[in-house]
Design a protein around this ligand. Structure first.
Ligand code: ADP
Ligand code: MG
Length: 242
């Protein structure tokens, strides 16, 4: 399997808090990786570091063999990395289709330079591709949380990524919505996308991930299949204190 993303010795401090502490993990092409850990474990901070929103205090991140260290966020996006946000960020006064169109703007500038521009039909297709066909003209307040998460996913897909990092995309959803979203991710995986799925909830990821890494206090405590980590002593202690 081809190594897509590699994180080595990654460390980020906020004052006295070590949010990410000498963290090592990787994602291969063709995989869905679960990045798990209790609240405050450092999952979102890890995404922010990979995206270039924060500068690490130590460590390296490479993507497709290239060191991301010197690259700005937009350059990382151009290389094929995208993310969703833990709290959906819709434009409140715009229908879904316009929100999606705006999300493609930075990309459409680079496409213009390459002589290609994403048109409204392409944007529509991205919305349809995440199951929002009959909701494209709806406003955020008219959507369920599950649909808002689909909008987030569509916005990340709009930048033509290879790797998408999903931050707590299952949180607060009904079992039915979780199952639907799981199916959608499986479909996108078949189409060649790679995912890192962050969740503080272990069970929500059981059906979707190929492999998991579990972190606590910013440090890796377990790695393996879902079954392996679900039975891991350190993981049980981190989650249930036993
Ligand atoms: N911008 C920030 N400033 C200060 N502390 C932060 C910041 N972001 C995260 N932290 C702290 O870093 C730790 C990890 O947070 P976070 O990455 O959000 O955890 P998770 O996503 O796993 O719940 C927490 O103790 C949190 O309070
Ligand atoms: Mg978080």
């Amino acid at each position: 399997m081809t190594r897509l993303l590699e994180v080595k010795g990654l460390t980020k401090r906020f004052g006295g808090v070590v949010a990410v502490n000498d963290l090592n993990f990787h994602v291969d092409d063709g995989e869905i990786l679960g990045l798990m850990g209790p609240n405050g474990a450092g999952k979102t901070t890890a995404f922010n570091l990979i995206m270039g929103d924060y500068k690490p205090d130590a460590g390296q991140i490479s993507f497709k063999g290239q060191d991301l260290g010197p690259l700005q966020t937009y350059e990382r996006v151009k290389l094929g990395i995208a993310r969703t946000y833990q709290i959906p960020r819709p434009y409140h006064d715009l229908p879904v289709i316009e929100d999606l169109r705006i999300s493609t703007v930075p990309d459409s500038i680079t496409r213009c330079l390459r002589g290609k521009k994403r048109n409204i039909e392409e944007v529509e297709q991205i919305g349809i591709g995440v199951g929002l066909k009959d909701r494209l003209m709806k406003y955020p307040h008219e959507l369920s949380l599950g649909d808002l998460r689909r909008v987030e996913l569509a916005k990340s897909i709009a930048t033509d990524p290879k790797l998408i990092m999903l931050d707590e995309i299952f949180a607060g959803l009904t079992v039915h919505e979780i199952n639907e979203l799981t199916e959608l991710l499986m479909e996108k995986k078949k189409a060649g996308l790679v995912f890192i799925v962050v969740s503080h909830d272990l069970k929500a990821l059981a059906a979707v991930i190929d492999r998991a890494v579990v972190i606590q206090f910013g440090h890796l405590i377990a790695e393996g299949t879902y079954e392996e980590i679900a039975h891991d002593k350190k993981v049980k202690k981190a989650y249930f204190g036993m």
